[in-house]
Design a protein around this ligand. Sequence first.
Ligand code: ADP
Ligand code: MG
Length: 270
Amino acid sequence: MSVQVKNISFAYAKNKPVLSDISFTLESGEIIGLMGEIGSGKSTLIRHLNGLLSPDSGFVLVDDFPSSDKKARKLVGILFQHASRQLFEQTVFDDIAFGPKNYGEKGHTLKKTVYEAADLVGLGQELLELSPHRLSGGEKKLACFAGVVACSPDDMILDEPFSGLDSISRNKMVNALETLKRKGCGILIASHHSDTFVNLVDRMLFLENGSIAYDGSPDSFVEKYPLQSPSISALMSLLQNRGVDLPSDISEVEEAFNAILSVCGKGGTR
Ligand SMILES: Nc1ncnc2c1ncn2[C@@H]1O[C@H](COP(=O)(O)OP(=O)(O)O)[C@@H](O)[C@H]1O
Ligand SMILES: [Mg+2]
């Protein structure tokens, strides 16, 4: 199954184009990273992928259906940028069950679907009977993601999935994405910083002023756009270049803090 974006252009207001002639295809089992500064049009592009917005020109096809078609909407799951604000059921279980229930699942099958989705994103069963308001920010996002997974879409689009996550939830999100990719899911991840996902993606798209300025491997992306190199990773490589013995895969503040403390002989949890 594929999501084919062909020459789409879009403007919210006349003469202020937000997207200009965007084309790419998301294939099964592939993870695409969609990078771009805040305001570059990532969320606007994502709203086209399940028919929430229609392009002014060009088209989006999901497995040969137009993206606004009901069948296409079931095939593409979307985790929205501020999804956690949309948790509204009495329990986490009910929130995760909302989508599959709408598709007609009930009873034992529904319960199995919810438990499997929660397990895949690393949410413990003990959380399922709690009110979603009792979850941490990271757990809320994982619960929303479990709700998407529970609908069993062929492809998934995630808008800023790592923003606001602590390192535990972030690792759970990464593990879940790797599992879904192994299962053959096509995944597009939009983010305004590459800290977490540059190692996760097969292909990187960089959106600049509404156009695709880069489309290629994540490795040459990091070479071509050194400014995109995250500040924590940049600091780690500077220290490594000066001979400080640090692990090479650190990109988060908390991990960096612990690693530096450890090197200074002041503990740290590394
Ligand atoms: N609903 C909307 N109405 C009008 N303009 C919008 C709307 N949503 C986003 N924009 C504008 O479109 C541009 C792209 O925004 P957005 O797609 O949210 O970018 P990103 O997700 O990359 O931060 C910005 O200039 C933003 O102000
Ligand atoms: Mg956005």
